[in-house]
Design a protein around this ligand. Structure first.
Ligand SMILES: Cc1cc2nc3c(=O)[nH]c(=O)nc-3n(C[C@H](O)[C@H](O)[C@H](O)COP(=O)(O)OP(=O)(O)OC[C@H]3O[C@@H](n4cnc5c(N)ncnc54)[C@H](O)[C@@H]3O)c2cc1C
Ligand code: FES
Ligand code: FES
Length: 481
């Protein structure tokens, strides 16, 4: 058992133990190491000022991704290499991204600038030029209050890539890989001031720790837990970081009859899922693309989104409607739980105290099914939904054969709408049917008013989303018949 976190920052080794392990990464960088280029504005993942690149073992290499360091804790970083804005210089000179930002006047007060620079460096590390659209897309997680985005996007368009030195060349992977591989064999246990951290080396050790300490807070991407720690006073006595459970990071496909099913590991990030489904399902790709920002999607996971159990989380409606299943592993082995049985009440899960989510089985839509996923929020990116819906119909010769309907944001938990489903089966697929289904849906839900929307607004959405669904899909249906 190890009693320290092994972490490299800008190529230098750090062995961290005691109090500092329980600190946000930004505190450690700024106050312990004097790396003040990484800024903190919101401390909740919304602005990108704290963006750093995090490299984790991937085969014989390190895979670097941009993340928000304000919502990562040092205990999550065992066996990783962190690159801050200070570590991106080219031989003590500005790198091509920084040069372009200067030339194009991409900074005024400069507070947001390191975050933009790190996010852009990570975008350009593949050595390929980007369109304005791609640059904007890569920067949805970075806010600037004074320069305006035009100059920043222009800088992105003018980066001189002939001068770009890839991260892997600047920081050769060999040394890290050897150190990480030997350290990953051991679990980490650190106790300080009544708090205990456990970083298990395998799932068995994770379940045993959780069985002994049922109140353990699991941290995977940390994009929910760290916000609760930074802003809502969460101070867990027992924390377990899943970062070293390497076997949970894969997505594989299998067949269930004609249907393709994805098996998504419990540590698979939202970005990895977005990339995987991009050729398989336009709807799923879209709903993953509007999820948070790149920094959130590179850290956050599907398992975390499910276990966080928010009624307005973006992925559960798709999982409910596609009849997904959760694979939970505990000390007595593995069992499957239907997604529709997973929430027992507000933030109450059907998991035993020793269990964690190790896999999600997600059936994909068949070519003869119409599936639409809706996220209604005040802006397209980096916003929490007011209302979500997932509608799946199989229509044969104009008649609805099967229906699976799920809404989020209309009750304490995400819910299927059995009355609407029953009504739809056997009906003609028409605007009239969809309008009637909307009315039934309205009567089947009981939303509350909160900052994201009033009760009346949500009731109106519950009803009208069906007409939208019809208008969006009927044309395709007619062509297919
Ligand atoms: C700026 C910002 C934007 C966001 N945007 C969106 C958005 O657009 N849509 C949306 O739905 N959410 C959004 N979120 C919320 C969050 O990013 C997601 O819920 C994310 O999927 C959480 O994943 P994670 O791995 O970071 O979870 P964590 O924070 O690590 O954990 C979340 C919960 O799941 C539990 N948990 C984690 N892993 C497991 C496991 N393997 N087994 C059992 N329990 C586990 C944890 O104990 C915790 O209760 C946003 C958050 C932020 C900060
Ligand atoms: S400080 Fe705003 S995202 Fe980290
Ligand atoms: S330059 Fe001031 S916030 Fe962006």
């Amino acid at each position: 058992m190890r009693d320290y976190i092994l972490l490299y920052i800008n190529g230098r080794e750090h062995r961290v133990s005691g109090e500092k392990v329980f600190a946000p990464v930004t505190d450690y960088l700024r106050y312990d190491l004097g790396l003040c280029g990484t800024k903190v504005v919101c401390a909740e993942g919304d602005c990108g000022a704290c963006t750093v690149m995090l490299g984790r073992l991937h085969g014989e290499d390190l895979d670097y991704k941009p993340i928000n360091s304000c919502i990562q804790y040092v205990f999550q970083l065992d066996c990783s290499h962190l690159i801050t804005v200070e570590g991106l210089k080219h031989n003590a000179q500005l790198n091509p991204v920084q040069e372009a930002m200067v030339e194009c006047h991409g900074a005024q007060c400069g507070y947001c600038t390191p975050g933009f620079v790190v996010a852009m460096c990570s975008m350009f590390d593949d050595g390929k030029p980007k369109t304005a659209c791609q640059i904007k897309d890569g920067l949805t997680g970075n806010l600037c209050r004074c320069t305006g985005y035009e100059a920043i996007v222009k800088a992105g368009l003018e980066v001189d890539l002939s001068q770009w030195e890839p991260i892997a060349k600047r920081y050769p992977a060999g040394g890290f890989v050897k150190a990480f591989k030997s350290h990953l064999k051991e679990s980490v246990s650190i106790t300080w001031d009544g708090k205990q951290l456990f970083v298990p080396a395998d799932v068995k050790a994770a379940c045993e720790f959780k069985a002994r300490n049922p109140e353990t807070v699991i941290v995977t991407g940390g994009t929910d837990v760290a916000v609760n720690m930074n802003k809502r006073g969460l101070v867990p006595d027992f924390v377990m970081a899943t970062s070293n459970l390497a076997g949970l990071s894969d997505i594989v496909t299998r067949k269930d009859g004609e249907r393709t099913v994805l098996e998504i590991g419990g540590r698979v990030t939202l970005k990895a899922l977005e990339d995987f489904v991009s050729d398989l399902s336009e709807e799923m790709k879209y709903v993953m693309w509007v999820f948070g920002s790149p920094q959130i999607r590179y850290a956050g996971t599907l398992a975390g989104n499910i276990a966080n159990a928010s009624p307005i989380a973006d992925t559960p409606p798709m999982l409910f409607t596609m009849d997904a299943e959760i694979e939970a592993t505990g000390v007595n082995g593995v069992r499957k739980i239907k997604m529709t049985d997973f929430y027992l009440g507000y933030k109450k899960l059907a998991l035993q105290s020793d269990e964690l989510i190790t896999k999600i089985h997600l059936p994909l839509p068949m070519s003869d099914e119409i599936v639409r996923l809706y996220k209604v929020s005040r802006r397209q990116h980096l916003d929490i939904s007011a209302f979500t819906a997932a509608i799946r119909l199989k229509v044969t010769r104009g008649k609805i054969e099967t229906a699976a309907i799920t809404y989020g944001g209309v009750a304490a938990v995400v819910m299927r709408l059995p009355k609407v489903e029953q009504f739809l089966v056997g009906k003609e697929f028409s605007l009239e049917t969809c309008r009637e289904a909307g009315k039934i849906a309205r009567s089947e839900v009981a939303p509350i008013s909160d900052v994201r929307g009033s009760r009346d607004y949500r009731l109106a959405l519950a009803e009208n989303i069906f007409s939208k669904f019809y208008h969006e899909t009927a044309e395709r249906e007619l062509v297919c018949q």
